[in-house]
Write a new protein. Sequence first.
Length: 305
Amino acid sequence: MRINNDIVIEIARDAGFTLVGFAPIELLNKEVDKLDKWLLRGFNSGMGYMERNIDKRRDVKLILENAKSVISLGMNYYVDDRHENKMGFGKVSRYAWGKDYHLVIWEKLSDIITQLQEIDENFEAKSYVDTGPVMDKAWAVRAGIGWLGKHTNVINPSSGSWFFIANIFTNYEFEYNKIIADHCGSCTACIDACPTHAIVDEYVVDANKCISNLTIENRGEIPDQFKNNFDNWLFGCDVCQDVCPWNKKFSNATLLDEFKPDGNKQLNLNEIFTMTNSEFKNRFDTSPIKRARLKGLKRNAKFIE
Ligand code: SF4
Ligand code: SF4
């Protein structure tokens, strides 16, 4: 039996993906040229992996030789809750309130691919969630999931930007979605609200200044120039997405329990200062917070104390 768009959409929706789009495989020339310019300006900060495998980022056929389509998927993680302004606590970005999305989504992608291969054993697939030499956001845009906002997150016109992106590359052909036009218009809310002025131009974020990078990927010290600008963010930062009118208007609560707060919405700074490696491992082993490592979390806590 042939797999078609409707079959994929039904299986993906059952697995918990709220957005599904399809795009033909083409070279990502325009997107990679933009990436090159961004790298040349040193805006990737210490994220050296962004400089590697540029050829694969441009040409997905170097990953899956027979690739003809991408199935792009979005999984809503929005929880209708806010941080409390508590003395002695640091704020954690929404995406890290619950279980690590990689763990959740890898399992779901594997189930989806298994089901599709049960329908047609010739269905070849390679899937990615925010890892590997793949331009996740570019494919989501090409597959009509949303447009790239000036804060560089993908925005869906019916649900905003609080969703994780996953992509399945396949040898199958589908009917393809239209690209959604950019609806940012004259809005500059994200640029104006960024506490560290990291959105240095429309659609350009300098990771050297972005709190998300400085508190998560960064392995060095946090530059003193940002002292008192962190707005109490301990792990990640949601400001540019919080102020976006598309999120204010269209965010819907996720139905997935995995992303609901698990005691990690904000963290007690004193607990972090005294935390041992084994306590860190026990508490954050299945949380995205693990990515910062204990050393990074202590550095962040000290910075905002
Ligand atoms: S995540 Fe925070 S620091 Fe980074 S660009 Fe958005 S508002 Fe600025
Ligand atoms: S805040 Fe405004 S400019 Fe920024 S991404 Fe949202 S709509 Fe676009």
